[in-house]
Design a protein around this ligand. Sequence first.
Ligand SMILES: Nc1ncnc2c1ncn2[C@@H]1O[C@H](COP(=O)(O)OP(=O)(O)OP(=O)(O)O)[C@@H](O)[C@H]1O
Ligand SMILES: [Mg+2]
Length: 384
Amino acid sequence: MSCFSFLSRRASRLPRHPAEVDEELSSAYNIHIYTYKELRNATDDFSPSNKIGEGGFGSVYKGRLKGGVFAAIKVLSAGSKQGVREFLTEINVISSVEHENLVQLYGCCVEGDHRILVYNYVENNSLSQTLLGCGHSSLQFSWRTRTKICIGIARGLAFLHEEVRPHIIHRDIKASNILLDKDLSPKIADFGLAKLMPPNATHVSTRVAGTIGYLAPEYAIRGQVTRKADIYSFGVLMLEIVSGRCNRNSKLPIGEQDLLERTWGLYERAELVMLVDTAMDGDFDAEEACKFLKISLLCTQDAPKLRPSMSTVVKMLTGEVAVNDDITKPGLISDFMDLKVRSNDDKPSTYNTVSSGSDQNDHSMSSGNTSCATITFTDISYRS
Ligand SMILES: Nc1ncnc2c1ncn2[C@@H]1O[C@H](COP(=O)(O)OP(=O)(O)OP(=O)(O)O)[C@@H](O)[C@H]1O
Ligand SMILES: [Mg+2]
């Protein structure tokens, strides 16, 4: 008997015999299944005082599990609910992925309508709330710490892209999805989650609206989801880490507002070092910082096939491979369009997963029906 036929019978009995079914589901999928009661106890009935944030997927609570271990408990919002079998199939892949630079999934809860993910709790919040958080954090980011963070993220992403089978494309690499542990080592959060969204969810559009600066043009315009789109986002993120500023800041003078555009201008004038975060008071290795900025530019080149793979990026960052100085212009969405993002109430979503260039054999976890995103390209108005 296949594990699915076993599950379809078992899953339908879920509300009547939760304890028994949880145990069998758990062993069939090799996932720890928490009861709703356990998670209620861990979070003091999902008390607002334990809420640590809210993203596009739902609310996140800090909880203390039986045995005293802290966890981040992500309650998926109503729009993201799936059938038990589908949900567990996706979770099974995520939970089997372990790497020092990825947030570990401890397990989940699939009781009744509840869909909850339980992750290890990462102590020092996200890069967006610390490094880019406008002085709201007391953490100091030295040049050494920044190099460690960049290399760690690159290693985590190389692992997802090249070592995990099927490969996982993250699709939402950004500062708020990089968490920092007690030693300020980075942990990539939320990998694999895009697959949990139902086709009519507006979640991705919500996120896209807030994170447009990380989006590779081919992803934003044509919906092409490949590893190269993650590599572009990584390039933008690394610019933020070196410069200590967000990828877009409308308070700055025109011409400086878009970080990538500004970086390209400085590169052309051989003034890249001017981009490095002044918060380090000049205490950094200028040659290495410029090398990191050039690697960012290699990752954000307009043509996806020119962007290096993440394993090559790791080698360039660590000095095992020389950085090719032959860099072409970055893909800047702002170059040719105003992108408006809307919900897909009345129009079909236009996201597809396609393989292109060197990603022709990119049969990744994202290569299923990913029509959950809602940038509608009829809404893009071209400037000229
Ligand atoms: N494992 C974790 N440990 C500690 N804090 C976490 C953990 N996961 C999430 N958080 C915190 O919870 C908050 C919300 O995270 P969430 O992933 O829901 O939103 P987001 O990253 O801002 O957006 P998105 O839904 O697009 O990922 C973030 O501020 C993050 O710092
Ligand atoms: Mg997140």
